[in-house]
Design a protein around this ligand. Structure first.
Ligand code: ATP
Ligand code: MG
Length: 227
């Protein structure tokens, strides 16, 4: 496996709570990893630590072999914008902006002129089944459509890794399947890695591998397909 992102011996404590106690994890190019486990087991903490949102108290996070967990806040946030994409359960689109401008936003934050960013953003609409919805505002989209816009936004910067925390948590079963198929396939086509937290075993089954987290440790690791 061509490793893109790795966490080695990750430890995270909140006061007397140990959210992560020595977790090792790796994801490669075109690789998708689902993180499952009971509520409070440390799934989001693990995802946020790998994504440079939460700093570990022990261990290392490496992006293509380079440590990122000790970077200063400015460099780390620039790295997150450029190299990572994020999809959350809901509430991530700006309600006052049309869909295409929501997708263009991360590119504009990187300094791309508005016209060019919107043009680049529009290219994502057809592959995600969003043709014709470019000018709709988030409030005028269904939950599944809004999640697909969020996926387009995560991918627009052509990130190394896409992180998703319960990306289908607010969707019904049919819509959830559709969204997860697109998320995994488009991420793979881009050559990016996917790290996803989900409670839904059907959703996890669309990923190449599943990590079970329990009390801040990996309790099981299932490989569905041979990469
Ligand atoms: N910012 C924080 N401050 C204090 N404790 C925290 C913080 N974030 C997480 N925790 C604690 O760390 C543990 C792991 O939390 P985490 O959010 O990673 O769980 P989770 O597996 O994502 O749960 P869920 O499925 O409910 O989202 C929990 O005991 C939680 O209460
Ligand atoms: Mg969580």
């Amino acid at each position: 496996m061509n490793t893109v992102l790795a966490g080695h011996g990750l430890v995270k404590k909140y006061g007397s709570t140990t959210a992560l106690s020595g977790v090792d994890v790796e994801v490669g190019e075109r690789d998708s990893l689902a993180i499952m486990g009971p509520s409070g087991s440390g799934k989001s903490t693990l995802l946020h630590t790998l994504a440079g949102i939460v700093r570990p108290d022990g261990g290392q996070v490496l992006l293509r072999g380079e440590r990122i967990d000790k970077l200063g806040e400015n460099r780390l946030s620039a790295l997150r914008r450029k190299r990572f994409g994020f999809v959350f359960q809901f509430g991530q689109l700006l309600p006052e902006l049309p869909a295409e401008e929501n997708v263009a936003l991360p590119l504009m934050l990187e300094g791309m002129p508005r016209g060019q960013a919107v043009e680049r953003a529009r290219r994502w609409f057809a592959p995600l089944g969003l043709d014709g919805l470019e000018r709709r505002r988030p409030g005028q989209l269904s939950g599944g459509q809004a999640q697909r816009v969020a996926i387009a936004r995560a991918l627009a910067v052509e990130p190394d890794v896409v992180f998703a925390d319960e990306p289908t948590g607010a969707l019904d079963q049919t819509t959830s399947t559709e969204v997860i198929r697109l998320l995994t396939s488009v991420t793979r086509e881009q050559g990016a890695a996917l790290v996803m937290v989900t409670h839904d075993a059907d959703v996890a089954a669309h990923c190449d591998r599943v990590l079970q987290v329990r009390d801040g440790r990996i309790s099981n690791h299932t490989q569905y397909t041979v990469a």
